[in-house]
Write a protein that binds this ligand. Sequence first.
Ligand SMILES: Nc1ncnc2c1ncn2[C@@H]1O[C@H](COP(=O)(O)OP(=O)(O)OP(=O)(O)O)[C@@H](O)[C@H]1O
Ligand SMILES: [Mg+2]
Length: 276
Amino acid sequence: MSQDSPVEQGRDGRRTVPVIEISELRKTYGTGEAAVEAIRGLDLVVEEGEFLSVMAPSGSGKSTLMHIIGCLDTPTSGRYRLAGRDVSNLDEAELARIRNRYIGFVFQQFHLLRHLTAVSNVELPLVYAGLNPTDRRVRAIEALRRVGLADRMHHRPTQLSGGQQQRVAIARALVTDPTVILADEPTGNLDSASSEEVLGWFGEFHRAGRTVVLITHEPDVAKVASRVVRMRDGVVVGDGPPELIFVGTGTTFAGATLTEQPQDGSEPSGGSAGHR
Ligand SMILES: Nc1ncnc2c1ncn2[C@@H]1O[C@H](COP(=O)(O)OP(=O)(O)OP(=O)(O)O)[C@@H](O)[C@H]1O
Ligand SMILES: [Mg+2]
């Protein structure tokens, strides 16, 4: 396969195709009576520069979808195009290469290596990308500086607060200049002040023109995005701007009163507005 074909454009030229294009996606774990259909025919298109949150109750297939979008796993059937390239059926080595090049991950559990300093953790994706040590260090320091942590670069994860650890993880996600920043419950282990700060960084990246996909079960987190996709039982049941998605739930968009969102995942009225 040719290198990174077919669609490669710099940040200056807009992509002519969506960053993420998923159609009729299905993912089934196991077989026979033990089979679990985690994703059941899901369609999703994300354009470059969008800030999207995927919101659903526990067990609805959010992490399964994240794993597929992030090329950590492949679908059972259906099609997934990432930056114009069909990645539905790649082998593990190809997936790893695509992942490193296109995706910046942020996880609930931070997933930092405990024995490495902040700057070494941030450098890791660049090691896999084959950069030389000097360039790696320069870029890792710059990424830490961007999340306000340059003064903590020689600290190890245990010497940092939860919010600071997640900022290191965000710097690590950014350092390769990925096409998509993909975050799964990034505030799940943070107090409210740190959560707000971390979500603020995602907003910042969005304003800088990056594509951000934020996966969460919390309406208060989902509403920071400019587009909310609601999932239930492995399919999309609502898609639109937060002020539309949260209408009719007894909640307001502007205030922090979204906790009345139905916890059973039932669809609020007026929740479907096409994909933009
Ligand atoms: N490796 C696996 N093997 C079998 N079933 C799985 C596997 N991973 C997930 N599932 C099942 O698939 C469904 C979707 O799981 P998934 O982890 O994607 O949900 P989620 O929306 O991320 O939930 P949560 O909010 O609790 O993280 C669940 O019923 C889950 O039990
Ligand atoms: Mg999950």
